[in-house]
Structures are given as C-alpha cells and as structure tokens.
Design a protein around this ligand. Structure first.
Ligand SMILES: [Zn+2]
Length: 386
C-alpha cells in the first residue's frame, strides 16, 4: 500500500508555486477562551509549579470571562488558527461565571467564520463544588441536544480528574455514551494528575472517540490501553515545555496520537516542528507528519467526510518530492495562501478583527486584575468533597 504524500506541489491561481495539504491542518486540542491573554500582565508572584500556573493565571482568566469577551476570544483564536492554515479546531472550554450558553458562543464563531470545529465544556468542581460540575454537564447536554450547525460537533468535556469527584467522571462518561460521542479531557498533564488514567478507567470513562490531551505522566501501558479502547491522544509539546511538565512519550498509542496547540497560537506547522525538536532533545523519536495525519483522521472520525485543504505559498530552493515534503513544509516556513473547509474557501481580515476585539481584551484584563488565586490546594480538595 502506498501512502499519499502529506502535501504536494501546486501552482496557485496567480501562477505561483506552492504546496497543498489535502485534509488540511487540524488543531486537535486548544482553548479559544485564552486567545486574548497575549501580553497580559504577568502573575505576581511568578508561579512555579503547574498548579500555581493554573491558580494564578488560567483559573483567574477563565473566571473573568463573560459572553462578550468569550465571543471576542473565540473569533480571534479561530481567525489566527485559520490564518496559520487550520481547517478544524477542537476546543476545550471553561468559563465558570458564564456556563450556560457558552458553547453556542464558540460554535457560532466557528460556523460564522466557516471553519470546522468541535466544542466541549470542561466540567470541574474547583470553584463552587457539585453545583459547578453539574452546571457544566448540563451545558454539554444542552449543546449536544440542540446543535444543528453543519460545521460544528460536540464532545463531553471534563477539565481534569484532579478537580472532580468520581461521580462526575461516571456521569460525564454516561452522557457521552448516551449521545454516541467521546469525552475531551486533560489527562496526566503534570505529576499531580498521574492517577488520571486509573480513575477514568475505574469510572468506565475510556469512551471510544474520546480526546485525551497530554498524557505526559501516563504509563505506556495506560496510554496503550486507552488507545485500544478507541481513545485519541493529543500531544501538546510547546505547551508542555512552557509549563515545565515534561515530554509526553505517547508512542504506545500507535497512530492514535494527534497534535494540539493548547491555546498557544493555532499554528500546527510550528507545533509539528517543535514536536520533532523537543522529542529529539529529550531522546525520543517522533514522526511529525504522521502526527498531523492523525489529526486529519480524528477530524474525519468526528465529521464523517472532509473536503478540506490548506494551501501554502512556497518556492522550493531544492528538489521537492513525495519523500522530502516534510522537510520543505516544516523548515521552509511556507506562507498560508488559502484555507478550504467543506469545499469553500475561508477569508478573514485579521487587521479589522484585531481592532474589534482589542477593547474586549482590555476589559477582560480589568475584570481579571482583582481576582485572587485559589489560596491553597487544600481548599480545592475540600470543594471536591462538598
Ligand atoms: Zn489544554
């Protein structure tokens, strides 16, 4: 069997040389809600551990979100991803002060722009306990029941097992099964979440079609077990490096490992390049194009069919053929010239959009400024038990 090359040479509408990626570029795990965090004032004191990064940065940002700032974040995050060649964005969302209806805001931004997308509300008990995870679960249910957007699908989101009781994991898995969809959950991103897989397995939450992000501290046997049950793993190498949580060795999952940007910038070619560099730097090996292909396979599994493509403007300075297209793609820094989703070309003017979303970013930072981080981990645990 011959595998089709990941990209092939084309001549574009203007007669210029380029590359075309049939099936497009898929961001298999990200957080559109964090798109307006760029340049935000740094957290003081500077967070050290992974939990402190969550408490002092992301769990303050997500509590500051409302409908308008979320809409602006989603529009900007999607525009940026499309501008960097993405055809499908798989989002994991949390906005504790604006839960009901939040998935519609993101899904509308996807459908309006014309990009393929998948949404999920990451349920958690970290802010206000049982009532909170129940409200998150209700939002997943509401969305799965009502969504009719041709370009958008839903999964059932779980923040991470360490901010939830077992009962919530069981109910989320049941909801996913009821709708024939998977879960979308952070799994063993840091040492503190190393028991995620055993807890998910015990809660019967290895639901086929699920998206498990990270897996940095999952055991190879656990990674393999989940993949054999039909779970997709998503490796987020740049985010893992930035958060100093380690390198995710996920080869035990075989071909069921895609790549995600985890909220960074929607740039999948940059992510694939970093995946290769970071795997080499840590003594592992990884095929970046195979991981991008896995993203396409995941999107295909979610949507049934794809008529998507990413076109890049690129003049090769050396011979280009099926066997070396990866080198040109990852190290030639080709510029995105066209993005096609469901047979339609998407256009977005980022300069105009940037002006529109800036006031929302300023307002979001202002709301966030006085919010206090969780004082200690003990409080989080108390809430889980409440
Ligand atoms: Zn994430």
């Amino acid at each position: 069997m011959t595998t089709k090359p990941f990209a092939h040479a084309i001549v574009d509408d203007k007669g210029l040389p380029g590359l075309r990626i049939d099936g497009g570029l898929v961001v298999a795990h990200t957080h559109l809600y964090s798109a307006l965090a760029r340049g935000m004032p740094p957290a003081v004191p500077v967070p050290g551990s992974f939990l402190e990064i969550l408490q002092r940065v992301w769990w303050r940002l997500d509590r500051a979100l409302d409908r308008d700032s979320l809409a602006a974040s989603a529009r900007w995050g999607l525009a940026e991803a499309v501008g960097r060649g993405a055809t499908c964005v798989i989002d994991h969302h949390e906005s504790p002060a604006f839960i009901e209806g939040s998935l519609d805001v993101i899904a509308d931004a996807m459908q309006d722009l014309g990009v393929r997308g998948v949404v999920a509300y990451g349920i958690t008990a970290r802010n206000f306990g049982t009532e909170e995870w129940r409200a998150g679960l209700a939002e997943n249910l509401r969305f799965l029941k009502t969504n009719r957007r041709p370009l958008v699908r839903g999964l059932v989101g779980i923040h991470a097992t360490f901010t939830l009781p077992d009962q919530a994991l069981r109910e989320a898995a049941q909801l996913a099964r009821d709708f024939g969809v998977g879960l979308h959950v952070h799994v063993a991103e840091d040492k503190m979440d190393a028991d995620a897989l055993p807890r998910l397995a015990a809660a019967d939450a290895l639901v086929p079609g699920s998206v498990f992000a990270h897996g940095v501290h999952a055991k190879p046997s656990e990674v393999q077990q989940a993949a054999e049950r039909g779970v997709w793993w998503v490796h987020n190498p740049r985010s893992n490096a930035m958060n100093r949580v380690g390198f995710a060795e996920l080869s035990a999952a075989g071909e069921r490992v895609a790549l995600g940007t985890d909220g960074m910038d929607g740039d999948m070619l940059a992510e694939a390049r970093a995946a290769m560099q970071l795997s080499n730097a840590t003594g592992h090996s990884l095929d970046p194009l195979a991981r991008l292909r896995a993203g396409q396979a995941l999107a295909l599994a979610l949507f049934g069919e794809l008529d998507d493509a990413t076109e890049l403007s690129y003049a090769p300075p050396s011979p280009l053929h099926a066997g070396n297209v990866g080198g040109h793609l990852l190290f030639g820094h080709p510029r995105v010239s066209a993005v096609q989703v469901a047979g339609r070309r998407i256009a977005v003017d980022r300069a105009v959009l940037a002006e529109e979303v800036q006031p929302q970013a300023a307002r979001l930072w202002q709301i966030m400024a006085p919010l206090q981080p969780e004082p200690e981990h003990g409080l989080l645990l108390q809430r889980l038990q409440s």
